[in-house]
Design a binder for this molecule. Structure first.
Ligand SMILES: N[C@@H](CCC(=O)N[C@@H](CS)C(=O)NCC(=O)O)C(=O)O
Length: 315
């Protein structure tokens, strides 16, 4: 069964999806959607993913998934012989997993990521790469593009108008500093619960070497670990590692170090937040991809010119 994953390196939700694929060792065709060049708004992608977000998954035969959790669920379903990412809800591990998934839904990482760029003062050591004004300008440009496209591509009119509305709400949130504070508080209290759970499990497995210790919900690396691992990685990148370093939440600190060593994580997420690998390199690939016909055309004309010149000179 051929699978095509549409994703972006730096995108938080794409990282979750890629990590699930790697955990379950499922192969897929990778198509990068360059969200920093607004490629998610191009009609070819809207026809695959009407919400114009990443990740998206297309399955041979026509089925599509347009949400990271649904994608992870699908990956889990097609690999029943491997330990489940969503353990049976009747098991203790499955119950914990559902509880943590609910807990991780008490805040929105997009509000935190974008809000932090607009208000970096809550972070420690975060090197801001855009001002609030630049961010607002960029979002406004995307909203305007969605509105223009709603006129240009009549068959996708409602999808584009929906997108413009969704992004306008994001823009309002960006200006709402109290909202950022609320979401940061929610993250902190979630981390407090995580710390308590990790501490309990670690004390119960005191004599077991670190690489054999349980993960968040039990013996297996589940979807709750995918969420926690990518959350910590993003928080680290945007300057909130002070939530756990320097003895603040030592079990989380140990957990994060363990995640950083995990092969699946290293392959899919380790460098995804870096400005070079997560933003610049994909942008260059995108430009090359788009420039290829033009570059090929010019090269062909030049080569033909040189050929004609040599031929004439020989005569
Ligand atoms: N609930 C969705 C959220 C996806 C999402 O918001 N993706 C972000 C990147 S992390 C995105 O595509 N942003 C670009 C946009 O909204 O135009 C999921 O879990 O897949």
């Amino acid at each position: 069964m051929a699978l095509t994953l549409y994703h972006a390196q730096m995108s938080f939700f794409s990282q979750r999806a890629r990590l699930a694929f790697a955990e379950k060792n499922v192969k897929y065709k990778s198509v990068e959607v360059e969200i920093h060049a607004e490629e998610q708004l191009e009609p070819w992608y809207v026809r695959i993913h009407p919400l114009m977000t990443v990740p998206g998954l297309a399955v041979e035969g026509g089925t599509k998934f347009i949400d990271s959790e649904a994608i992870i669920g699908f990956v889990d379903k097609i690999t029943p012989d491997l330990p489940p990412l969503f353990p049976d809800e009747k098991s203790a591990e499955g119950q914990k997993c559902s509880q943590f998934l609910l807990l991780f839904k008490t805040f929105e990482i997009e509000v935190i990521s974008l809000g932090t760029i607009a208000n970096p003062r809550y972070t420690k050591g975060f090197k801001n790469f855009a001002s609030a004004a630049q961010l607002e300008k960029a979002l406004t440009a995307i909203i305007n593009k969605a509105r223009r496209y709603s006129e240009k591509y009549k068959d996708l009119r409602y999808e584009y108008l929906n997108k413009a509305t969704a992004l306008s709400q994001r823009l309002e949130q960006l200006k709402d500093e109290q909202m950022l504070r609320d979401h940061l508080d929610a993250v902190e209290s979630a981390l407090t619960e995580v710390e308590a759970e990790l501490a309990k499990a670690s004390n119960e497995h005191r004599d077991v070497p670190l690489d054999e210790q349980p993960w968040l919900c039990g013996p297996h690396f589940t979807v709750a670990d995918i969420y926690l691992a990518t959350l910590l990685h993003r928080l680290f990148f945007i300057g909130y590692s002070y939530f756990w370093v320097d003895g603040k939440r030592p079990y989380i600190e140990k957990y994060y170090q363990r995640v950083l060593q995990r092969e699946s994580f290293r392959k899919t997420c380790l460098h995804a937040n870096s400005l070079f690998w997560g933003m610049l390199a994909p942008l260059i690939r995108y430009k090359v991809r788009r420039a290829t016909p033009w570059v090929l055309g010019v090269s062909a004309v030049l080569a033909a010119g040189v050929g004609v010149y040599m031929f004439v000179r020989k005569k």
